[in-house]
Design a protein around this ligand. Structure first.
Ligand code: AMP
Length: 475
């Protein structure tokens, strides 16, 4: 399928072509027609699937038909959990809207509110906001919604994780009930489904990958190591493999500061990004990291949520996350848009339960590689995947499969990654070398030893499920 077949306006096709996109991603193929049709949409899509363009392009097209927003009014509201994600979404909107007369603006906390109030006076067609700052602006009558036609909840699962549900409910009360609502979430938990039942009207449900799957383009493995040695091992890995741009996740803000300091001391240019840093500092280090001036960025989960760093090659889990789903979000910073990426986890014995939770979530045992001189004194115990009973497909159910489902499933047979063709070059989670033998690339790593073979690459059946685009009504 082409973007033109999605019946997008020439102005949008031009900006898509300027961005270098040749074909829509599966999520885009699926949500763009539904949104253009005016339907509510509930989409399960990880970051990196092209979901932002998926909702922005049709929303722009719908807005292009109407009049510009009047003073203090907003026509489309996009809510995001973090400031970084808000900034990224706003950048994307500006990029796709450049040939249209549609205004967009971003408001979030951590910066002065007055300039935001001034700008809102002129009215904004698309407002991207984090919930807290939006509520502040609403309480000062700086923003009003009688003209609002569409609400987008981006990364809704993370908004709930971050405790934004009361804020979201307060905002919803002020929005016109007759509107289009689009909800994007990496996972469809019970809470998300409840939210959708409460706020969405007969939504079309779209899913491009089973919840909690990782992109096939990301190669993942684990280095078992003692806790005390982690910092040294990380410096060694960065130096030895000459990683030029590496995003490192840690659990705590203090941990992030300390690790950035340690890395800096060992000659690796590093900085930390987390919620205690001012917005100015967060923007600055992010820019330096994206521009290649910083080799390592040490981040907490919240600060790094939704970051889109072009072709980021390496992600390191210095600590495994407490919540297994965060592993999927973390490593989703690499291997985006069909590019290849590597995700390395440094795991100490006390993290075995976290490791087991991650492996069970992604249904893959991660390859363990010992590094000479960093072998742990405290062995990381063996983990086990919980066996999942495979249900036999029910003949009658298969017969009732909709045309849409069949189409999606057959398309996916040739698509490994969310961005179709490009994904073919990727090595999957647990690639060919995962059976205990080193590939050519691994043989360049003289001091590593594979001690445990990972489960083979996801089976072709699983992969075809991954690519499948399912669209059905929620009842
Ligand atoms: P997102 O999932 O919205 O964070 O997008 C991930 C990345 O994919 C961004 O860098 C987009 O610029 C890029 N992207 C979006 N749509 C496409 C497309 N159709 N083809 C190639 N790249 C895309």
């Amino acid at each position: 399928m082409t973007f033109a077949e999605l019946k997008l306006y020439p102005e949008l096709l031009q900006s898509i072509s300027d961005a270098g996109y040749t074909e829509p991603s599966p999520i885009q193929e699926s949500v763009i027609p539904a949104i253009l049709d005016g339907k509510d949409v509930m989409a399960a899509a990880q970051t990196g699937t092209g979901k932002t363009a998926g909702f922005t392009l049709p929303v722009l097209q719908l807005l292009a038909k109407g009049e510009s927003a009047k003073s203090n009014q907003v026509r489309v509201l996009v809510l995001t959990p973090t400031r970084e994600l808000a900034a990224q979404v706003a950048d994307n909107i500006a990029k796709y809207a450049k040939y249209l007369k549609i205004s967009s603006y971003m408001v979030c906390g951590g910066v002065k509110i007055n300039p935001q109030m001034l700008r809102l006076r002129r009215g904004v067609d698309i407002l991207v906001a984090t919930p807290g700052r939006l509520l502040d602006l609403m309480s000062q009558n700086a923003v009003k919604f009688p003209e609002l036609s569409c609400l987008v909840l981006d990364e809704a699962d993370r908004m709930l994780d971050m405790g934004f549900l009361p804020d979201i409910k307060r905002i919803m009360q002020k929005l016109p009930p007759k509107r289009q609502t689009l909800l994007f979430s990496a996972t469809f938990s019970k809470e998300i489904t409840q939210l959708s039942l409460q706020f969405l009207n007969n939504p079309v449900s779209v899913s491009v990958a089973p919840a909690n799957s990782t992109a096939d383009t990301i190669k993942q493995w684990v280095h078992p190591v003692d806790k005390k040695q982690k910092s040294k091992l990380l410096s060694y890995l960065i130096g030895h493999y000459q990683w030029q741009q590496v995003l490192i996740f840690v659990r705590t803000k203090r941990g992030a500061n300390k690790l950035a300091y340690d890395l800096d001391k060992s000659g690796i240019q590093a900085a930390a990004i987390h919620g205690n840093k001012s917005q100015g500092a967060r923007n600055r280090v992010l820019k330096e990291f994206k521009d290649g001036q910083l080799q390592a960025l040490v981040a907490t989960d919240i600060a790094a949520r939704g970051l889109d760093i072009h072709q980021l090659p390496h992600v390191v889990n210095f600590d495994l996350p407490n919540v297994a789903e965060d592993y999927v979000h973390r490593i989703g910073r690499t291997g985006r848009a069909g590019a290849k990426g590597e995700a390395v986890s440094l795991v100490s014995a006390d993290e075995v339960d976290n490791l087991s939770a991650v492996e069970n979530l992604i249904k893959t045992k991660l390859k363990r590689i010992l590094i000479d001189d960093f072998e742990p004194l405290h062995t990381v115990p063996e983990t086990h995947l919980k066996s999942v009973k495979k249900k036999k497909p029910h003949k009658k159910k298969l017969a009732r499969q909709t045309d849409n489902e069949k189409q999606g499933a057959s398309k996916s047979g040739t698509k490994k990654a969310v961005f179709g063709k490009k994904g073919k070059s990727g090595t999957g989670a647990g690639g060919k070398n995962d059976r205990g033998k080193n590939t050519k690339k691994d043989s360049n790593k003289p001091s590593t030893r594979t001690v445990k073979s990972a489960q083979a690459r996801t089976s072709s059946t699983t992969r075809s499920e991954k690519g499948a685009v399912r669209r059905n009504k929620i009842t």
